[in-house]
Design a protein around this ligand. Structure first.
Ligand SMILES: [Zn+2]
Length: 357
């Protein structure tokens, strides 16, 4: 049940890089991409996954990624337009999506050979990893992109999710963004990533069970004590069971399984709330706030009950205090939170930011 109208008119321009990776340019761009001739064979290797028998989850091994280097001759950002040795050799662009140079999953990943001494199941790490660049402007962020650009971003998520779920090996697609050095980001150019998995990752498996058992996310979009920001068709809220201080979710008021299914109105409201949440964090914490943002989309075959929504995990609990994943959280899976979700919601609700149109 894909809303073909909103994504089918995107019509990205597609290019093949010298090493065989694909580049999609969405919206306006200027110039024709020209890469320098490939300087020798692309360093290629394959990942594999191994079954963790007691946590009962897959672990991905990408030994070839350890050798990754950006060419040391330049410290230019590889996501800026026409950067030397960059990924997007055009003069200007709106949104660019390309296959990650050092991908954890590979489209043509073979089944691994048995490995001596490894007695747990091993399997192929088929799938794909894409980078999605939000703007040609190195200094932009989710909080400062234009509303038009954020609307394009939401629609591009829908288009990529739809396209990647067409790959026979792919079961789950998850766009996400890590923002800030505290979130492990080394490139500050505004960008996110899109992972396409060939299996159900454990968190998504557990969430799918919750939704399959009937948990209705849309009821949270009318919970006044948890509201952070409202629009006509979507709401940003702190879930009453938040695991992080100031965790915020954005969800449509009517069930949708994918950003590809949103109406034009919902795309617009989603784009506004993305900016409002980012601005509220930056204002509340008094700085550009590090966060992880995850776009959850129904896995293949779960379109009837798994709701599209977005989760923000800020990595601060106070302006200068980082929230760490500590021993209890990592060791037991039990999160310890110092701020009640209702208190966090009120605090963020009370933060005024300029309206976004
Ligand atoms: Zn840049």
């Amino acid at each position: 049940m894909t809303n073909g109208g909103l994504i089918s008119d995107l019509k990205p321009s597609m290019f093949t890089m010298p090493d065989g990776r694909l580049l999609h340019l969405y919206g306006d761009y200027s110039g024709t991409p020209r890469w320098p001739a490939a300087d020798g064979p692309h360093q290629k290797g394959f990942s594999h996954r191994r079954w963790h028998p007691v946590r009962r989850e897959w672990v991905i091994y990408s030994a070839h990624r350890q050798t990754r280097t950006y060419k040391p001759t330049t410290d230019a950002c590889p996501l800026c337009p026409e950067a030397p040795d960059g990924e997007i050799p055009v003069r200007d662009f709106s949104i660019a999506v390309f296959d990650n140079r050092f991908s954890s999953f590979q489209k043509d990943c073979p089944k691994p050979e048995p490995i001596p001494g490894v007695d747990v199941p091993i399997d192929s790490a088929a799938g794909n990893c894409e980078v999605i660049v939000y703007s040609a402007d190195h200094k932009a962020s989710m909080a400062t992109l234009s509303q038009e650009r954020r609307e394009l971003l939401v629609r591009v998520w829908g288009d990529r999710v739809h396209a990647l779920l067409q790959m026979p090996a792919v079961k789950v697609v998850m766009p996400f963004e890590n923002r800030g050095e505290e979130a492990g980001v080394t490139l500050h150019h505004p960008h996110g990533q899109i992972y396409a998995f060939s299996y159900m990752p454990p968190v998504i498996e557990t969430m799918a069970q919750g939704f399959r058992d009937g948990y209705d996310l849309t009821k949270l979009t009318s919970s006044a004590p948890h509201a952070v920001a409202q629009t006509g068709s979507m709401m940003a809220f702190v879930p009453p069971f938040a695991r992080f201080p100031y965790e915020v979710w954005i969800a449509p008021k009517i069930f949708r399984s994918s950003p590809a299914d949103l109406t034009a109105n919902e795309v617009s409201d989603c784009a506004r709330l993305l900016a409002i949440v980012a601005k509220k964090y930056d204002t509340f914490f008094g700085r550009t706030s590090p966060y992880m943002m995850i776009v959850y989309v129904a896995p293949r075959g779960m379109e009837d009950f798994f709701p599209f929504h977005i989760q923000f995990y800020p990595l601060l609990r106070a302006p200068q205090k980082l929230k760490y994943m500590a021993g209890c959280e990592l060791g037991s899976g039990s999160f310890l939170v110092d701020v009640l979700p209702e208190t966090a919601a009120r605090s963020l609700r009370d933060v005024t930011v300029e309206d976004v149109r």
